[in-house]
Design a binder for this molecule. Structure first.
Ligand code: 15L
Length: 280
């Protein structure tokens, strides 16, 4: 157990899959949680936790709920690819409300960013956390915006943020891609504990993936500064999952997988690299 933060932690998206994992693990750490989601919490409330249904679009309520909190673990909003209009409210306007709350409370934001902010990087690459955003949809674009919001609020207002680019947080890996991208629930929980309790973070990025032997896509992030080292690994699943591929060339080419092929309408494959100078 770590020493509980002096102030309560505001957890958004608490009713979702990862929200419930963190509600339990952070409560087990003895932390006091102020939880919210747009849908009711589907389980008995963990110890030292309150829960209020709220819409991230409702800035007044978000500011009120965050009062007195020292950190905001922001998982709320749309978490898969959706039409732009559905992403806009929770992920764009809602993110502004989260950062305004953080500014007022002098709270640190732990933002559930996603690998889909860089999803159109090719799997043959090895990219550092400061590489260019290449979102693979409106959802990934909203995550890039969220990370940039963190930079804006750090430089302009001194608000700290830890942007966790989550790979695939599942109970266990279920396909070949996840041999690279899998993040165990245990590693996620320990990462959030480190992100909240680290003395200083500035605004930083961490790849949210376990210690996977095939995690060669992602390097150079802030994990050492936060004191986080993943301890789980997808490697034991390699034998059973290395053949679990989709057969879709777009999906298998890019890090974002199926999110890249969703709604894809190019007639010819994109050339490698970002700046093609009109040559295809
Ligand atoms: C995500 O960002 C999604 O929230 C999740 O549902 C997974 O699809 C994950 O990425 C992934 O890329 O595996």
């Amino acid at each position: 157990m770590t020493r509980a933060p002096a102030k309560p932690v505001f957890l958004t998206g608490a009713s979702g899959k990862l929200g419930r994992v963190l509600a339990k693990s952070l409560s087990d750490e003895g932390w006091t949680l102020v939880m919210t989601d747009i849908v009711p919490f589907p389980e008995p409330l963990p110890r030292n936790a309150t829960f209020t249904v709220a819409d991230l679009n409702d800035g007044v309520t978000i500011l009120r709920l965050a009062e007195g909190c020292g950190a905001i673990v922001h998982l709320g909003g749309v978490s898969v690819e959706r039409p732009f209009e559905e992403v806009l409210g929770p992920n764009i306007r809602g993110l502004f409300h989260i950062y305004e709350a953080a500014r007022r409370e002098k709270a640190r934001v732990i933002f559930a960013s996603s690998n889909h902010s860089i999803g159109f990087h090719e799997r043959t690459e090895s990219i550092g956390a400061d590489t260019q955003f290449l979102p693979d949809g409106f959802y990934g674009l909203s995550k890039a915006y969220g990370e940039l919001m963190g930079r804006l609020y750090w430089f302009k207002h001194g608000v700290e943020s830890v942007n966790v680019r989550i790979g695939s947080a599942y109970p266990e890996p279920i396909n070949a891609r996840m041999l690279s991208t899998w993040l165990s629930y245990g590693d996620l929980s320990r990462l959030v504990v480190c992100a909240v309790t680290a003395e200083k973070t500035g605004t930083c990025v961490v790849w949210g993936a376990s210690d996977n032997g095939r995690m060669t896509w992602w390097r150079d992030d802030a994990r050492a500064e936060l004191g986080w080292k993943p301890t789980d690994s997808a490697d034991p699943y390699a034998g059973q999952l290395s053949g679990a591929v989709s057969g879709d060339p777009v999906e298998e080419r890019y890090m974002g997988g199926a999110f890249c092929s969703l709604g894809y309408s190019r007639s010819a494959p994109a050339p490698a690299g970002l700046f093609t100078n009109g040559k295809e």
